[in-house]
Ligand binder design. Sequence first.
Ligand SMILES: [Zn+2]
Length: 276
Amino acid sequence: MSMVGAASAMAVLLVAMVAGNAQAQGDLSNPARIAGAVVGDSTKIIDLTYSFDASTIYWPTEGGFEHKFEKFGMQPGGYFYSSARFAAPEHGGTHMDAPLHFNRNGMSVDQVPMSYFVGPAVVIDFSAGSLNYPDATMTVEEIHAYERTHGEIPSGAIVVGRSGWGRFWPDKKHYLGSDKPGDVAHLHFPGFSPEAVKFLLTDRNVMALAIDTASLDPGNSKDFPVHRMWLGANRVGFENLANADKLPFSGATIFCIPMKIDKGTGAPARIFAVLP
Ligand SMILES: [Zn+2]
């Protein structure tokens, strides 16, 4: 597909996705408003994605991102040409967790419906608790406090846990708690509490959880109860979100476009938000 063809196909896709989501919320003014923001005004879009490169943070047991040019330069025909190959673990950098990650019968990346990838952003800041305690988790009370100020979490929401940890990226030692390959014994970073996720799962209709750390569970977790509960309910998660500090508490629409890996347990993703 040509660049122009790809770009216009993407635009059509975005409008279609937004239209479907807005209709689900009963707000028919949304498609025109959001599509209007997308066309020609980058200041209305926040890129929530880290670039994939040699510094991209992966779980200590995983290798890193590989990218190598196989061609780069002038060709005998008198034109420039470049192409490269890349390799990467599924779970690292900005990416999506598919249910299959912790749920044997859960959906793989290619099976997750597109409607799971778009939703109103609900940004719950729990950074105060993590200032002096890196293993802090979002509490149910912090969700109630959010709702008292910003209203009830809307149906189909993508709930972003904002811990403030993005300020450490890509410093592995501070972001993960350890920069030693294979060391999972000394990981420390914030995450969701099981109680908060149980509330979001049973008392609210939330489409996806997102967080500005390496995992939905805090770094010191050994048995990943949040992953097991959330992915076990066939929901998806977005991890290592960039620029979470730039998101408004409400009003933005988040899009997550994961690479469609057949049988994937997760996938690198381009995640962005369109501002109201
Ligand atoms: Zn993951």
